[in-house]
Design a protein around this ligand. Structure first.
Ligand SMILES: Cc1cc2nc3c(=O)[nH]c(=O)nc-3n(C[C@H](O)[C@H](O)[C@H](O)COP(=O)(O)OP(=O)(O)OC[C@H]3O[C@@H](n4cnc5c(N)ncnc54)[C@H](O)[C@@H]3O)c2cc1C
Length: 511
């Protein structure tokens, strides 16, 4: 039986309203039948969680879906809802990290994600203004034009349709532009609300207003606890955008805030297209009609969360908008957060160092409509024990070279340093600061120990220094760049994997 909590406003994770917020009716909170064990509990009711929930429930599984607030409370309620055949990680970047086959798979995943949205719209007859549009990507400088050529070549390699054009519908003076057919846009919350209805109609149980803050495990059953509920399931999916607590993803995904304005125009010159410049950070423009009123959506100016000034970002975005468009009124201004993955592609799968059967999907960059949708499908397949062709490139435990992502590394070197240093006293902090690139040291304070290594790029890596063989503490071997156990000769690589000797299990990676 479902309890309905009186709350008719769709809320999101910020004080500023986005145009997607709807009067949504009461929140739904099912009762948990005593002794019930669901096939899967999905935590997080954004586009990722709801896609997984609907697909699993359609397969006859008994699914519980919990959200700390309401459906669409997270970034899906603050997105700009473009559906593209390309992504923030360009296909040449994907090729440099994952090879040509990897780039083609990435393009397939983006395409499949867009296809899932289209299929859901058709299957459930969803009225969410899902419309096909043409996309335009333009360059204003020679450097940007060169990047645009690379992007075009990448499109041709992975099979994404695009052509050069001199008719990009933008007031900005550009020197080169690409036309990309078959892009789309929609209203993300109307879409989510329809998925919620489909999920409930198929017999799914929804728990809004339910913050899951603890997981317990017994006999392969996971029990998720909130202040008022205990929900047991065979599998758990964290569709929370980034899994909570400290996990490897805390160091593999960097949080960014991005800004959007929705404005009316004096001259009614709203473009009927999706338009992107090539600046760093880039701007994007599209039109959406809400309650009969056309709005120009214009976004960009992102920065790392907690760095830079949000009001300045809005001011810069407004100045940019007024420079190119005849603004009548700023109807909405809002910001939201996304996560940039270390090597450019999302992480989907088992959460490392957690009990088996606990999955997540994260690191969608600004492309979570497609990547959240395809991840929802992959997560549903994982819960069903079905393999996906994307398991390998999106593997949640992959370790990849990240040459093309130096900005990320620079920032995350700082995050990693603070993570380690903040756990130790002043003396240890000083010795960490003095740790030269290419050297390692076991640091200790208040009975806590970590085997810390600073790589040649300055990034800190930390392992549990307790040898998995007999429990001795490893030492750093500067000549071979390894962690060596003084007791029985077990030797471990910088990533913790076993190199030599009696241990059969690697050192646990802390970061
Ligand atoms: C400004 C902006 C514009 C964007 N534009 C686009 C775009 O045009 N196209 C595109 O493809 N992508 C875009 N993105 C990215 C995209 O919006 C996101 O990647 C996507 O919405 C993420 O969806 P999600 O379901 O994974 O997470 P979310 O929508 O964030 O949902 C996570 C949910 O988990 C819940 N939750 C968290 N912790 C718990 C817990 N412990 N217990 C219970 N519930 C919990 C939250 O309440 C939330 O509802 C944009 C992002 C931003 C910031």
């Amino acid at each position: 039986m479902a309890q309905h909590i009186e709350n008719t406003t769709h809320t999101r994770d910020g004080a500023l309203n986005s145009p997607w917020q709807l009067p949504t009716g009461a929140l739904v909170n099912h009762q948990t039948p005593t002794g019930k064990i669901y096939d899967c509990l999905i935590i997080g009711a954004g586009i990722t969680g709801l896609t997984a929930a609907v697909l699993l429930q359609q397969q006859g599984k008994q699914v519980a879906l919990a959200d700390a607030h309401n459906v669409g409370f997270g970034t899906t309620g603050g997105t700009s809802a473009h559906i593209n055949t390309f992504a923030d990680t360009t296909y040449p970047e994907a090729e440099s990290a994952f090879g040509e086959d990897g780039a083609i798979l990435f393009a397939d995943a983006i395409n499949d994600g867009a296809g899932i949205i289209k299929q859901m719209v058709t299957d459930f007859n969803i009225d969410c203004q899902h419309e096909t549009k043409t996309g335009y990507l333009y360059a204003e400088t020679e450097d940007e034009a060169k990047q645009l050529d690379d992007i075009y070549n990448g499109f041709m390699k992975v099979g994404v349709a695009a052509s050069y054009t001199e008719n990009a519908p933008t007031p900005v003076a550009y020197i080169k532009a690409l036309e990309i057919p078959n892009q789309a846009q929609f209203h993300p919350i109307e879409y989510l609300m329809a998925l919620k209805d489909a999920f409930l109609k198929a017999g799914g149980h929804l728990f809004e207003n339910t913050l899951i803050d603890k997981l317990e495990h017994e006999d392969n059953i996971h029990t998720a606890l909130s202040a008022e509920k205990s929900i047991s399931a065979k599998k758990i999916v964290y569709a929370t955008h980034l899994p909570p607590g400290i996990t490897v993803f805390s160091f593999k995904c960097a949080p960014y805030r991005s800004y959007v304005l929705a404005v009316t125009l004096q001259d009614d010159d709203y473009p009927d297209a999706l338009i992107y410049d090539s600046q760093e950070p880039y701007h994007y423009v599209r039109t959406h009609q809400i309650n009969g009123q056309k709005l120009l959506l214009i976004g960009g100016n992102e920065h790392k969360t907690g760095h830079d000034d949000p009001e300045q970002a809005f001011a810069d975005l407004e100045a940019y908008t007024r420079q190119y468009y005849n603004v009548a009124e700023i109807k909405y201004r809002w910001s939201s957060q996304y996560y940039i993955p270390a090597d450019g592609l999302p992480y989907v799968g088992q959460i490392p160092f957690m009990a088996d059967g606990i999955y997540t999907a994260t690191g969608f960059n600004g492309n979570g409509m497609m990547l959240g949708s395809i991840s929802g499908k992959i997560l549903a397949e994982m819960a069903l024990g079905v393999e996906s062709k994307y398991d390998k490139i999106f593997s949640s435990s992959r370790i990849k070279p990240i040459d093309g992502f130096t900005e990320f590394m620079k920032e995350n070197a700082d995050v990693a340093y603070r993570f380690v240093a903040d756990r130790f006293g002043v003396e240890e902090k000083q010795s960490l600061q003095q740790l030269q690139p290419g050297t390692g040291q076991v640091v200790e304070s208040n009975d806590k120990k970590m085997a810390v290594y600073r790589d040649k790029d300055g990034t800190i890596h930390a392992l549990d220094p307790v040898c998995t063989h007999a429990g001795c503490i490893v030492n750093f071997n500067a000549a071979e760049c390894t962690w060596d156990c003084p007791c029985h000769g077990g030797r471990f690589a910088i990533d913790g994997s076993v190199l030599t000797g009696p241990p059969t299990k690697g050192l646990e990676q802390i970061l």
